[in-house]
Design a protein around this ligand. Sequence first.
Ligand SMILES: C[S@@+](CC[C@H](N)C(=O)[O-])C[C@H]1O[C@@H](n2cnc3c(N)ncnc32)[C@H](O)[C@@H]1O
Length: 375
Amino acid sequence: MMKVIAVLPQGLEALGAEELSLFGAKDIKTLKRCVSFEADMSCFYRLHLRASLPFRFLREVARFYCSSPEELYLGVQKSLDWSEWLPPSSSFKVNVTGISSGFNHSHFTALKVKNAIIDLQRRLWGERSEIDLNTPDICVHIHLSNQLVILSFATSSESLHRRGYRPAMGIAPLKENLAAGLIRLADWDYQCPLVDPLCGSGTLLIEAVNLALSRAPGLSKRFLFKGWPDFSESIWNQEKDIACSLEKKEIELPPIIGCEQDFNIADNAMTNIRSSGLEDKINIKVNHFRDIDLPSTQGLLVCNPPYGKRIGAEEDLSNLYRELGLFLKEKASGWDFWILSGNPNLTKFLRMKANKRVPISNGGIDCRWLNYSIR
Ligand SMILES: C[S@@+](CC[C@H](N)C(=O)[O-])C[C@H]1O[C@@H](n2cnc3c(N)ncnc32)[C@H](O)[C@@H]1O
């Protein structure tokens, strides 16, 4: 069994734990912005292929105590058989998180770890690895906490929220994993119509459809564990085949509609939808939301309007929220509505009372995923 950490959006830790458990993770502990768990090799690969919420995975390979940079240097060298994991032909980088007394500068700590590794390599082989900050072969992750050092290997150099379908982004787009989490919290049944009246570059709708189709987000990702000494090609291929076979290509979906009043941003949404191969499933209307007609059967509305923190001043936006409230009451009676609010001063202009409020951090902004039943 491997000890692993999944890094998650703040507020989605419990949902993330549920998803990991569904795919077979064991001994799951929910922490702040992450979940720790154990996994065998099949489960480890399955999670990378199919989990939709984590930003990244870190596999713990050693832990030790140290109280000075010199002890850290020696601890890193002794913590595992580096000759097996990091030959000089492989590049690497070092990331540091957490704090511990005597280690106030993460840059300095990373440098100490890097020197420990390359000095050891020089001793073993007479040569050293290159440092590659963008596409390294090995990502060494050091977490410090009260003199405890946890040394892990990250399984990807870039964040897994980047699914790869989004070359075009509007203003303040949601991260794809956060959008997937919001859709899961909204509990869309894949049967009723789904509408985003302020869809921007379409992230909520694309993630919703990907969930409905059971598409595995990790199928086309570059994972660093393929270069690890214990990588099992056969288990990977087995899990990959299963992940591919689960996609429900032929499923009939209800109407899925996005509305965006800015022509260029709507065009971004269409580009993203096409690059996800979902052009026959999601329909984008270039309109003010007040001008769209909703399907006659009741459904689910989700949205992420501007909050006035990053885009649009608060005053200008009060009208938008007021109009949204009126639109919902006039046109969406009986629908379920979820809104990601980063500004309670604005949500009050909806003039409705929320049933549920889920705290979520969206890129550092303290938000609430609010649910309303429209009467
Ligand atoms: C925060 S962004 C949505 C981002 C989106 N969730 C994404 O991931 O790209 C809000 C969007 O609402 C659009 N918008 C603002 N007022 C609108 C209106 N009255 N009708 C339709 N769209 C509007 C803006 O142009 C902007 O693209």
